[in-house]
Structures are given as C-alpha cells and as structure tokens.
Design a protein around this ligand. Structure first.
Ligand SMILES: [Zn+2]
Ligand SMILES: [Zn+2]
Length: 232
C-alpha cells in the first residue's frame, strides 16, 4: 500500500508526479537490432550466436529484453523489486508489449520466486510481469515451475559460479507440451532463465522463448552490468 500513500517521484529523474515520468519513459534505452538472434545481446551485425552466448548450452531458443539495463533502469527496477512499487509491473508489461513482438507460444510462465524473498517483498515481480504481459498478449499464464532448493544469491558471483549455482535449481510442476514463454524481470548472465528453461524442456516443452523487462548490456572491456540477478 505504501506506493499509494507516499508522494510519487520519478524513480529515474526524481521529478514529482509519477513513478516513471513521461520523458524518462520515452527515453528508456531500447535494445535495437542488430542483436544476437539467440540471447538478444546487441551486436555489431546480426549473428546467430555472440561472444556472450557462444559455446553455452542454452535451453531457450531466444531471449529478448525491452530495455537496456542502464543506471536509470536500475533505479526503476530497484523501486519495483525492492521497494515494493508493485504497480510498476504493469508499466514494465506495457513497455515490453510496445517494444517486443507478441511471441507465438501456447502459454506464458515465469521464473518462480524464492520463498524467502517473496515473503520479504510480499510480491514476486516476475510473476506479476508475466500475468500482466499475458493479459496484453491475450495468452494464458500458468505457474509451471518451482524451485528445488533455496537461494544463494547470484549477485557478485562470477559467470561460471552463477551457472553452477542455478543448475538443477528448478523443476516443472505442471505438464507443458508445446511452446512456452518464460518471463523474468532482468536478464543478466542468462544463467537463471537457462536453468528454468531447461526444466521446462525436460518436462516436455518443445520450445522456450525468454522475455525480460531489462537486459544487462556488456560494454567492451567492462563486462556484465551490475544487474541484481535474483538469488537461486
Ligand atoms: Zn523522470
Ligand atoms: Zn548471444
């Protein structure tokens, strides 16, 4: 309820009025082609695999994000996830639906919450985003995954450790036979969505596409952004 009662400020620029002002909304950095066809990373020219995903066994067919994870988006996502500004899920869903094509899938699902985090936050951002997106795209949304064990934070772990950390962290709870869209809030290394997609594929999903609100973008020589990938 806090986000209803407190005076509202734009999380990106601080101007009074709305959690995301019209100017900042229009300026959220897009992820424009050319992109890696597989993982959605911006690339110099169109490629089927890029330096970020080449050689990795990825259980998802494609991953796409609506906005690049820059400092402004980081503040927005922090407000949404950590400060409980849950109406931002609808804003995020609108932006995704505006910027990404409607996927050709049978069902929408999401990376499941770690229960401790859900209790702490009182909401699960990926779930709310998935339901809002499914409503925009007029697709069914179902919880198809659960976690097999509790969390170790992903943040701060090197890439190889992130992958080890998430391998086998999910299992499917409902049969999925056709194609599925897997939704998460932020794509950082892709380790979390790859592990979740792997569980869907193991359960029979024919194809898994990934959509996130934001995507970390590597700048040459800098490496991955400081995106707070959720703990596993
Ligand atoms: Zn603003
Ligand atoms: Zn790639």
């Amino acid at each position: 309820m806090l986000d209803v009662l407190l005076p509202q400020r734009c999380l990106v620029c601080g101007a009074g009025g709305a959690q995301l002002c019209a100017g900042c909304r229009a300026r959220l950095p897009p992820l424009e082609p050319p992109l890696c066809a597989r993982c959605g990373a911006p690339t110099a020219w169109p490629v089927s695999r890029c330096r970020e995903c080449a050689g990795r066994r990825l259980a998802f067919a494609t991953a796409r994000g609506a906005v690049a994870y820059d400092d402004g988006v980081r503040r927005l996502v922090a407000g949404w996830k950590e400060r409980g500004l849950r109406r931002l899920a609808e804003t995020a869903a609108e932006l995704v639906a505006e910027r990404l094509p409607r996927p050709d899938v049978a069902v929408v699902t999401f990376v499941p919450a770690d229960e401790h985090r859900r209790l702490h936050r009182g909401h699960h951002p990926a779930e709310r985003l998935a339901y809002a997106l499914a409503s925009h795209w007029e697709l069914p949304c179902e919880p198809l995954l659960e976690r097999t064990r509790s969390a170790q934070r992903q943040r701060g772990l090197p890439l190889a450790a992130r992958r080890r950390n998430v391998a086998g962290a999910f299992r499917a709870v409902a049969g999925v036979r056709g194609t599925a869209l897997l939704v998460d809030d932020v794509y950082t290394s892709g380790a979390t969505v790859a592990a979740a997609a792997s569980a869907l594929r193991a359960d029979g999903a024919r194809r898994v596409e990934v959509v996130t609100f934001a995507r970390a973008v590597r700048t040459p020589g800098v490496g991955l952004g400081r995106a707070p990938e959720r703990p596993i």
